[in-house]
Design a protein around this ligand. Structure first.
Ligand code: SF4
Ligand code: SF4
Length: 472
């Protein structure tokens, strides 16, 4: 039988006191195997995150989310509003992937990949340890009156936090408006781009607020993914978990006594040192079981392993394991739910790849001007059209022309001698098509029009050509 305490801990949040005030957490500095691995993963991801907007593929920014201009680049593929269905599918694939991942591996994403955790634990918190010291020193400093030492340490920390927040805001802006525009604005100076500077300062303020003050509250009360855990996780999901069977045994956890043989007394392997609680950045006690606040950061695994080494017990009292593995000794199995999610994911990825493959770099739309009928011009019939050409490539189109296919006729673009479409841009206008009445086979003839840049065909479009009803 388990000696776990009752579920009362689920009624409160460890970071809010009974009056509803924020209780600040001063987690112990983590160290150990998993922390070292996480450091390397976070270095890699930080480099990727910062470098992404500055990497170009075929002249396209690798990742860009220009919401204002409704232009998105994902893995170097430019997406226009016309490609929005692919973008939506991409998002759906991402969500299914995260769900599948969560069903199997719990909140591994939060601990290892989430930018919030990476910035907080691997950047801001480490600067804090460097300036203010470990948990004990931080608690002391917090209680200390505002003397020279506290002002100096807090002041330096906050200035560094502000500089890093400003840097993150710049990177964020490079994702939003493109790195080219950002660099141009930096070259021009802030005076010419006051509105961008104000946005930048607002973002800086938000990041500063999150990383200097709000911190783990993002994961505990704000993050929608965190809220989903209750529905996604089950007894088979792998999580950072306390092995309560081993930790509590027959008589429960108890302080360590060198003279005592715990196997004989029936005491559990947990020596109740509370180091796993002290190191936890969300202020929870993992020994209470899987909790929504746990971001699977692995700090408690490292801490408990170090304690187990010290007292001569085997590691893994806290480890990656499922409830079933701990309670029933059932090893990990690929369940029907996991198979279902994988199948859906597989199909969606297939569709996404197909759409990406079939997607064209140029889009030409030629539509009859609404409300306009055809006109007689001698033996010819004339129709007026509007056209729009979208150039998703990184090359300018400087000499656009149109060619009727399969039927003799003339096509004249109104007013433009040398039609151009800039790279990543759009151009449009009006054109007339004239066809001899005798060549029309119905009152609504289907036309095929090829679009050329110089001698190179870049797109084929279709439209309809109205004529007299005498063809019925
Ligand atoms: S660190 Fe390990 S031994 Fe110490 S209280 Fe936590 S689970 Fe028990
Ligand atoms: S319980 Fe352990 S894994 Fe979960 S957040 Fe706390 S330290 Fe990290």
């Amino acid at each position: 039988m388990s000696n776990l305490p009752d579920e009362a801990f689920r009624d409160t949040i460890g970071t809010i006191d009974e009056e509803g005030n924020r209780k600040f957490i001063f987690p112990k500095k983590p160290s150990g195997k998993f922390y070292d691995y996480r450091k390397w993963v976070s270095y890699f991801l930080l480099i990727v995150l910062v470098a992404n907007p500055f990497i170009k593929i075929n002249g396209n920014q690798f990742m860009m989310f220009n919401i204002l201009e409704r232009r998105f680049n994902i893995f170097g593929f430019p997406f226009w509003p016309q490609d929005f269905y692919i973008f939506v599918l991409f998002m759906i694939v991402g969500v299914v992937f995260v769900i599948l991942f969560t069903v199997i591996f719990g909140r591994i994403f939060c601990g290892w990949i989430c930018p919030q955790t990476i910035f907080l634990e691997m950047v801001f918190r480490r600067i804090e340890y460097w300036i203010e010291g470990d948990r004990g020193a931080q608690i002391r400093l917090d209680k200390q009156k505002w003397d020279a030492e506290k002002i100096r340490k807090k002041g330096i920390k906050w200035v560094i936090f502000l500089i890093i927040s400003f840097f993150i805001a710049n990177v964020f802006l490079a994702y939003l408006i493109s790195s080219d525009k950002l660099l141009l604005m930096i070259e021009d100076g802030p005076r010419d781009h006051i509105s961008t500077l104000i946005s930048l300062l607002i973002f800086t303020g938000i990041f500063y607020f999150i990383f200097a003050w709000f911190r783990e509250q993002v994961c505990i009360i704000a993050c929608p993914y965190g809220r989903l855990q209750g529905v996604l996780l089950d007894d088979k999901s792998i999580n950072v978990a306390y092995d309560f069977v081993r930790g509590e045994k027959e008589t429960g956890r108890a302080k360590f006594n060198k003279q005592e043989d715990r196997a004989l007394t029936g005491k559990g392997d947990c020596i109740d040192c509370k180091q796993c609680v002290n190191v936890c950045p969300t202020g929870i006690d993992i020994r209470n079981g899987t909790q929504m606040e746990c971001v699977n950061c692995t700090a408690c695994i490292d801490e408990c392993d170090a304690i187990m080494d010290n007292v001569g017990l085997s590691r893994g009292l806290i480890r990656y394991a499922s409830e079933d593995e701990i309670e029933k000794n059932i090893k990990f199995k690929f369940t029907a739910r996991m198979k279902g999610y994988s199948a859906v994911l597989f199909i969606l990825v297939g569709i996404l790849l197909g759409l990406l493959f079939l997607r064209t770099d140029v889009e030409a739309t030629i539509l009859r001007l609404p409300g306009q009928l055809f006109q007689h011009k001698g033996d010819n019939i004339s129709n007026i059209y509007t056209f729009k050409i979208i150039n998703k490539t990184s090359n300018d189109f400087n000499d656009i022309s149109f060619k009727l296919v399969g039927i003799k006729g003339t096509l004249n673009v109104v007013g433009k001698k040398n039609l151009q479409v800039p790279k990543q841009g759009m151009s449009g206008g009006t054109l007339f098509i004239e066809i001899n009445q005798n060549l029309l086979d119905s009152d609504k003839t289907k036309l095929k029009i090829e679009v050329y840049n110089g001698d190179k065909k870049i797109e084929t479009s279709t439209t309809s050509f109205l004529g007299p009803r005498s063809f019925d």
